[in-house]
Design a protein around this ligand. Sequence first.
Ligand SMILES: CC[C@@H](C(=O)O)C(=O)SCCNC(=O)CCNC(=O)[C@H](O)C(C)(C)COP(=O)(O)OP(=O)(O)OC[C@H]1O[C@@H](n2cnc3c(N)ncnc32)[C@H](O)[C@@H]1OP(=O)(O)O
Length: 303
Amino acid sequence: MPLRVHSMKDTLIRLYNYTCKRIFHHDSPLCLHTIRNELLRFEGGSVDLQIDNETGIAVMTLNNPRKMNAMTGKMMVDMSDCVHELEQWQEGKGLILRGEGGNLCTGGDLCFVKKALHFGDEMAIYQHDTLTRLLNLPLISVALIQGHALGGGAELCTACDYRVMSPGGRIGFVQIKMGLTTAWGAATRLTKLLGRRKALELLCSAKILLPSAALVSGLVDHVLPEGCENELLETQKWLLENFIAFDASLMRAIKSQVVHAEHAADVALALEKERKLFVQTWGGPAQLKALAANIKHKAPLKS
Ligand SMILES: CC[C@@H](C(=O)O)C(=O)SCCNC(=O)CCNC(=O)[C@H](O)C(C)(C)COP(=O)(O)OP(=O)(O)OC[C@H]1O[C@@H](n2cnc3c(N)ncnc32)[C@H](O)[C@@H]1OP(=O)(O)O
């Protein structure tokens, strides 16, 4: 793995974060607060939360449609704030993660990525924290995959309990084509979800899956019918009928105290290793070459 040369500022930030990690562990509020302020400098888009106390279903929307909801630093901070709000929501039963304008998310905003090449470890720490908290919420969460879910967009999907895909959806872990490993913890979660063989295939091939292949692989749980007029409403119905028809407090306890507790036991160490590997690839020659090539990740015409 090629070594990177760090600037003095870079080295000081790393030293500071290392100290934070040693004293407070990597998810210390102090460390996350410093990263949050740095991320807020990368503007554009928003992540918005709508909470419906009547149905018990919240909708979190990625809102940067001009860039197919690619995530800026500011959106990462917004998402963390939305998760914080959901952590306080005692009546909640379900959550749908969606994107505005026909796509879920095409990963990190490449303008942000190019400016944040000194900042990979910090971004990964922040995103690991947010997405771990998202997956841990005592709600049943569903990613609604309309249009593209690529790179970091596919990573977000693995931080939900389930994935529902629209007939026009496509999902791909294209990081390896971008000279990277996963930035936001998806390799660990995908391996838990699909097992070693399938996870390796998806992470190492950069294949983009259309709905039928995504369903067969087990990555997607349900494909919406062709011609469905309101895909968000249809996803809400699927969630209501299958998971949240009964007592909310029991459902929340089953997820957080039993199913999730079992899941969390061995995940933290794997996530830490995944993040360390990612940091070695970020800003390295393979990523720089991929960025210069302006790659377009095209899906196959059929599964
Ligand atoms: C940082 C995390 C890292 C990780 O997961 O580890 C990543 O996510 S790396 C980023 C991975 N994503 C990409 O590399 C996406 C690259 N883009 C594409 O492949 C294509 O844009 C597309 C998604 C296949 C769509 O192609 P097409 O339908 O032909 O539309 P356009 O290419 O014209 O896109 C419309 C518009 O959107 C902008 N766009 C799309 N994705 C991104 C992005 N990730 N960052 C910034 N901008 C993005 C695209 O540039 C177009 O804008 P204009 O050029 O202004 O029209």
